[in-house]
Ligand binder design. Structure first.
Ligand code: KE4
Length: 429
C-alpha cells in the first residue's frame, strides 16, 4: 500500500469520505486521492515522495506558485505579530483599497473567509437591496455551497452527479431559476416571466466549474442590459476568474460592469480569504450600516490578508498576465496538436491563466456540450498523466490553472508525457 492509500484509509474513519472537500476524493476519476506533503513553485510532492507538475494550484489560488518566498515572508511577519484580533487592522484597509483600485466595479468591499461566504452574502445583499426573492443562476456554474446556489451546480456537485443537493428545502430551491449558460434568449424569457421578482442574476463570467466554458459574444452584454432594464442586481462571481484571467478579472477583460462582484482564491494567496463588493449604494445596505446582516469571526484575518496582499503585489508586475496567458496557450495548443497527431478526440482552450481539457472534437460552448465529453477517456488520461508526474484536476468538470512558476520546462515535460499517453489511449480504443 502507498502512504496515500494508508492515510486515506485512516482519514475515512474520522472525516466523511476521508476529505474536507468532495472533489478531492477522486470519486469522479476513481482511485485513491493523493495526500500532499509539500509544494514549491510549480511542483507538489505527495506523501510517498512522488513529484508532480501541479495544474490545480489549490483550485486557482496559487497563481504565483507554491511557497513563493515573498508570500511566506509576509505570512511569517504577520503571524509573528498575532494571528487574529477580531478587531480592525490597517492591512484590511490596504486590501480593500487595492481591490477597489484593481477591480473596475468595486466602490466598497467586505472581506470574508471563503468564496461561499462571498456569494452567499452577495445574494442576501441583492435580495435585501431589491426586496425581491428570486435569483437566476446557470446550469453547471458553481458558486459555493450556500443553499440557494446548490441547484444544478457544477464542480464537485456535478462530478458526483448530485447537482442539486439533499437538504436544500424545496421552498428555497423554488426561488432559484436555473437557465442555460450562454443562452441569452432563455434569460430574456425568464425576465419577461419573472422580471419584477428577480433580485439578482449570478454568473461565472467565464465558467470554470463545468470545465472551462467561455461566454459567447453578447451573452454577458445581454445579462447586463436585462438586469439594468428590470432593476435586478448583476453579480459576477469572480472567485475563480478574479485576478486569474486578467488583472481586472473577467469584467476588465470583457468590459462589463456588474453591480456586485465576488472574489476568493488568488486574493488569499492560498490562505482563507473571500470578498464581495460593488456599487456603493448597494454596499451601504450591509450591517452595521444597513439592514442586511453579514459577519465573520476571522473576516479580514491579518495573516490571510498578508498572504493576499503579497500575492496581489506580485501579479501587478509588468507583463505578468501576458506571460501567464502565453504559457497557458502554449499548453493548450500543444495538447491540441498532440491530439491531432495521434487522432484522439481531445481539445483544449484557455482564457488567461485558466484552461479546459475536453475529450470531444471542439471546446464546449454550453452545459449540454460539456455533457457530451468522454468522461472515461478523461479519467484514463488523468491517471496516465499522474503516472507521468503531471497532476490535472481530478474531475472532467474542473478547469485547470497555470501559475507564474510554470515555464517552458514544465510545459514541455507535460506535452511530452501527453504524447506518450495519447498514443497509448488511441491504442487502447
Ligand atoms: P469556496 O467556498 O470553495 O472558497 O469558493 C466557492 C466558489 C465560488 N465561486 C466559484 C466560481 C468557485 O469556483 C468556487 C470554488 N471552486 C471550487 C473549484 N471548482 C473549489 C474546490 C472545492 O470545492 O474543493
Amino acid at each position: 500500500m502507498t502512504r496515500s492509500q494508508k492515510l486515506f484509509q485512516h482519514a475515512q474513519h474520522f472525516i466523511p469520505g476521508g476529505v474536507n472537500s468532495p472533489v478531492r476524493a477522486f470519486r469522479s476519476v476513481g482511485g485513491t486521492p493523493l495526500f500532499f506533503r509539500r509544494g514549491k513553485d510549480a511542483t507538489v510532492w505527495d506523501a510517498d515522495g512522488n513529484s508532480y507538475i501541479d495544474y490545480v494550484g489549490s483550485w486557482g489560488a496559487l497563481i504565483v506558485g507554491h511557497s513563493h518566498p515573498d508570500v511566506i515572508k509576509a505570512v511569517e511577519r504577520a503571524a509573528g505579530k498575532g494571528l487574529s484580533f477580531g478587531a480592525p487592522t490597517e492591512a484590511e484597509i490596504e486590501m480593500a483599497e487595492l481591490l477597489c483600485r484593481l477591480v473596475p466595479s468595486l466602490e466598497q468591499v467586505r472581506l470574508v473567509s471563503s468564496g461561499t461566504e462571498a456569494t452567499m452574502s452577495a445574494i442576501r445583499l441583492a435580495r435585501g437591496f431589491t426586496g425581491r426573492a428570486k435569483i437566476v443562476k446557470f446550469e453547471g456554474c458553481y458558486h459555493g455551497h450556500a443553499d440557494s446556489l446548490l441547484v444544478k451546480a457544477g464542480s464537485g456537485a456535478l462530478a458526483l452527479g448530485q447537482p442539486s443537493s439533499a437538504g436544500v428545502p424545496a421552498g428555497t430551491a423554488a426561488n432559484t431559476i436555473v437557465l442555460d449558460y450562454n443562452n441569452a434568449d432563455a434569460l430574456q424569457q425568464a425576465f419577461e416571466r419573472h422580471g419584477d421578482a428577480i433580485a439578482a442574476v449570478i454568473v461565472e463570467p467565464v465558467a470554470g466549474n463545468m470545465s472551462l466554458v467561455a461566454p459567447r459574444p453578447g451573452f454577458l452584454e445581454s445579462l447586463r442590459k436585462l438586469c439594468t432594464g428590470h432593476g435586478a442586481v448583476l453579480i459576477f462571481d469572480e472567485v475563480m476568474t478574479g485576478f486569474r484571467v486578467s488583472l481586472a478579472g473577467a469584467q476588465g477583460l470583457y468590459g462589463i460592469k456588474p453591480d456586485l462582484t465576488t472574489l476568493g482564491k488568488v486574493i488569499g494567496g492560498g490562505l482563507p480569504v473571500g470578498a464581495f463588493g460593488g456599487r456603493r449604494d448597494i454596499m451601504q445596505k450591509v450591517a452595521p450600516l444597513g439592514p442586511v446582516y453579514q459577519a465573520g469571526t476571522l473576516s479580514g484575518n491579518p495573516v490571510a490578508v498578508a498572504a493576499g496582499l503579497a500575492t496581489l503585489k506580485l501579479i501587478q508586475a509588468p507583463g505578468f498576465y501576458d506571460r501567464l496567458a502565453t504559457v497557458t496557450r502554449r499548453l493548450c495548443e500543444g495538447l491540441s496538436a498532440a491530439a491531432r497527431r495521434y487522432a484522439v478526440e481531445l481539445s483544449a482552450t484557455s482564457v488567461g491563466g485558466m484552461f479546459g481539457l475536453y475529450f470531444r472534437e471542439t471546446p464546449p460552448t454550453s452545459y449540454a456540450e460539456v455533457m457530451e465529453c468522454d468522461r472515461d477517456a478523461f479519467n484514463h488520461f488523468f491517471h496516465a498523466m499522474l503516472a507521468e508526474g503531471v497532476y490535472f484536476a481530478p474531475s472532467a468538470f474542473e478547469a485547470g490553472f497555470v501559475s507564474a512558476a510554470h515555464g517552458d520546462a514544465e510545459i514541455q515535460k507535460t506535452l511530452d508525457a501527453a504524447g506518450r499517453v495519447l498514443v497509448e489511449l488511441k491504442a487502447a480504443n
